[in-house]
Design a protein around this ligand. Structure first.
Ligand code: AGP
Length: 609
């Protein structure tokens, strides 16, 4: 999704801005641009369609010298990816970059056109820069013009704007789209994600909804939603602990798959004590809230939704608490009854996903007893706006395809299940067994990752296929959903997942020798039923690829390819069986030559509806 970087310094800023854009590339985009105020007071701009490297080449032949600038990666919403639609957008001496969507852009466009403004792009963003220009004519002051303009905007924005007549200043505003100030010494920065500014500072100030800030070299000032001058806490982020490098790995995705034993350990660290889970890790009010919870509503998107689906099996099956799960974009627009004492749980890697955030805000008006966020970004809107939160400790996830975020979400959701279960169906012995299983998980993950060469070999059977089916039963069904999503998003092979028992109710008609069927077969109480379902596939000449427990009694045969995983308890199994499916998708994508870390059309953080 779109990315913003801005800088006001006493040195050249274009290299800083460019590095920031490179660091935001993982979010997904289709064009990039930069504007810098030159020594002569001109507002110079370069834009290119495609990768940041294209913009870099343009800057090499036509540099942008200057000390104040803004830059942007655009993910097209209004208007095709093109130079005229790329940001920054200009109006007179103003240059502006924007994330989000302005919902009343058509009304504003008519008004501004009537005032004599000529639009060169098809974007909603261009209305903002002309609107600020219009107010600047009366105000003769950038900050004042922005303050007036935002009052006319409906929708979501994180924006940054500069004016060539005020060369040592940048003004930014946030409503529905994140912005952070990077605090330097004699220089200050802004970005939509602190990751973009790691090379210049480790001190950050997170803007809140409705905030407007003026950024200069020696100081910055913030006004809140009511236009009251305000202070926001400076947070120091440890850059070493959160390395965002690829290291020796070919792709971020592979690095992140291999990091899983480590980040699972980190997600458990300090949260288990003497065979017990410490519920206080979710906040001091957690136990009081959990005591009275009689049902759970989970809301999330994509991979995070799949984590919620696994959690439903745990929360109902282990804790004995009724649980519903829904994708956020459906939950937002549906009428339903809220039961008393329902805990509202959101799951999100980024904590900025527009639909999930909107669902949380809606839930707060609907009478849920409390909200809890399972999230990977401590400073995110989702965490800040929830009553309780449980952080996943996955570290920055750069690959668009979520891997370590998913498995750490599952670990966190199992901790939540136990914390809730204590007040319902879970006894001490069961809790101790789960804790023991979690302690052993990182080692089992290492053993499973060691199967990589065999999985790579298996992937060859998929590279020339157009479709694939993923089957699982019980809590392995959402794992199959996640496996299918991984294959779709990075290899562009159409993949569907089914609970294996549903096969004969329709999808069996698709099965022939060109349809690889992946099955997840831990040695659990549904194993024999799953085996019957797989025989239905074999009888139709389907090609089976089974990830099974080594004691599950399968033997390889023509049409049946096997990979045996170490034995794991039924409860932990969904976490472990996710790993081979991630590796399978990765190797298929490599064979197909796709852009693994930045698959086409996708964005890492979906901050628009
Ligand atoms: C999965 O690989 C995707 N990156 C996507 O489905 C993602 O999980 C979804 O957009 C939700 O993102 P979030 O966890 O940041 O809310």
């Amino acid at each position: 999704m779109c990315g913003i970087v801005g800088a006001v310094a006493q040195r050249e800023v274009s290299a800083i801005l460019l590095e920031g854009l490179h660091r935001l590339e993982y979010r997904g985009y289709d064009s990039a641009g930069m504007a810098v105020i030159s020594e002569s007071g001109a507002n110079d701009c370069r834009k290119r369609v495609g990768k940041v490297a294209e913009l870099q080449r343009a800057l090499e032949s036509q540099p942008l010298p200057g000390h104040t600038g803004v830059a942007h990666t655009r993910w097209a919403t209004h208007g095709e990816p093109s130079e005229r639609n790329a940001h920054p957008h200009l109006s007179g001496k103003l240059s502006l970059v924007h994330n989000g969507i302005i919902e009343n852009h058509e009304t504003l466009r008519k008004k501004l056109t009537a005032l004599g403004y000529q639009f060169v792009s098809a974007t909603d963003t261009e209305t903002i820069v002309h609107l600020i220009h219009h107010h600047y004519k009366q105000q003769r002051n950038l900050l004042g013009a922005v303050k007036l303009a935002v009052q006319e905007l409906e929708g979501a924005y994180g924006m940054a704007v500069i004016h060539a007549d005020e060369p040592d200043k940048l003004v930014c505003a946030r409503e529905g789209s994140p912005l952070v100030i990077g605090v330097g010494i004699g220089e200050n920065f802004i970005a939509s994600d602190q990751l973009a500014l790691r090379q210049v500072t480790d001190r950050f100030v997170y803007l809140e909804e409705g905030d407007i800030a003026e950024i200069c070299t020696g100081h910055y000032r913030i006004w809140d939603i009511n236009d009251v001058p305000t202070q926001r806490e400076i947070q120091r982020i440890d850059t070493v602990a959160e390395s965002a490098d690829k290291g020796s790995y070919r792709h971020y995705m592979l690095k992140e798959i291999y990091e899983q034993p480590h980040v699972v350990k980190r997600t458990l660290s300090g949260r288990l004590s003497g065979g017990k889970i410490l519920a206080e890790i979710m906040g001091s009010k957690a136990n009081d809230i959990f005591k009275s919870v009689s049902s759970v509503q989970i809301v999330a998107c994509g991979t995070s939704y799949h984590a919620g689906m696994v959690a439903k099996y745990w929360i109902e099956g282990i804790a004995g608490v009724p649980c519903r799960v829904e994708v956020a974009s459906e939950f937002r627009y549906r009428k339903f009854k809220v039961q008393d004492n329902t805990l509202f749980v959101t799951i999100s890697q980024s904590g900025e996903t527009a639909d999930t955030l909107a669902a949380l805000r809606l839930a707060k008006t609907l009478g849920y007893s409390a909200s809890l966020a399972v999230c990977n970004v401590a400073q995110s809107s989702l965490v800040r706006e929830s009553d309780l939160y449980l952080m996943t400790e996955a570290g920055p996830e750069i690959g668009v395809a979520s891997t370590k975020a998913f498995t750490t979400q599952l670990v966190a959701l199992l901790l939540l299940t136990v914390a809730l279960g204590r007040y319902h169906d879970l006894d001490e012995q069961q809790e101790a067994n789960i804790v023991q299983g979690l302690h052993g998980l990182p080692e089992l993950m290492h053993e499973t990752l060691a199967l990589d060469p065999a999985i790579k070999l298996m992937s060859e059977a998929f590279a020339d296929k157009h479709h694939a089916l993923f089957l699982g039963r019980g809590a392995q069904w959402p794992v199959a959903m996640e496996g299918a999503l991984k294959l779709k998003e990075i290899s562009y092979i159409h993949a569907e997942s089914y609970p294996a028992g549903e096969l004969k109710h329709g999808p069996l008609a698709l099965v022939d020798s060109n349809m690889p069927v992946v099955a997840i077969a831990p040695n659990d109480e549904l194993l024999e039923k799953l085996k019957s379902n797989l025989q239905e596939v074999q009888a139709r000449g389907g090609q089976l690829f089974v990830f099974c427990d080594k004691s599950a009694g399968f033997s390889a045969a023509p049409g049946l390819d096997l990979i045996a995983l170490p034995h794991v308890s039924d409860i932990i199994a969904p976490i472990l069986y996710t790993l081979p499916l991630q590796l399978l998708s990765y190797h298929v994508a490599i064979l197909k030559g796709t852009d693994v870390d930045q698959p086409r059309n996708l964005a890492k953080s979906v901050t628009v509806e």
